[in-house]
Design a protein around this ligand. Sequence first.
Ligand code: VGL
Ligand code: ZN
Length: 203
Amino acid sequence: MSVASTEAILVIDVQNDFCPGGALAVAGGDEVVPEINRILRDFPVRVFTQDWHPLGHSSFASSHPGRVPFELVDMAYGPQVLWPDHCVQGSDGADFHEDLHVEPADVILRKGFRPEIDSYSAFYENDQITPTGLEGYLRSRGVRRVTLTGLATDFCVAWSALDAARLGFEVNLKLEACRAIDLDGSLDAALAEMEAAGVMLIA
Ligand code: VGL
Ligand code: ZN
């Protein structure tokens, strides 16, 4: 794989809770690990994200009496899917998959730590206006192009890719290094939206 000096890899949420056996397991989630490990060092800039929720986070169905996981609710900032409790700060489920090579990471960005708002994207929280700071980090490192990998293709990876495209980065999404939740056709919808936004879907 040929990679420019201004290119970053974004490794999104490769955490135990999104892998088989985890609280919000993505089918084949662990299969992204060898692929990410294989290409990681080809990139001069390496950013990992970690979904990092406090107990009782507002994206948890358990925080909404009478609601169950995967239902949609209206939050102050718009519609929000309710999830099983996952990636609770400091829990084993929030740890990176044990085989993921984390040492080469330049920065580990935690997101979803504000109790009242979820954050799928690595760039903005789900109100789509509260920045995480990643844009500034990448720009100050001279990054022009980002390659997205990780979990889940149709949520945190897609939202990150769409924000990156909107911010003017060139965006590749490496399909082999991603796996989806696929809730009610959410994978096809996300792929179509990303293609329309100019995200390059690569093998
Ligand atoms: C994610 C749902 C809730 C993800 C995170 O990493 O795609 N999905 N929190
Ligand atoms: Zn989450």
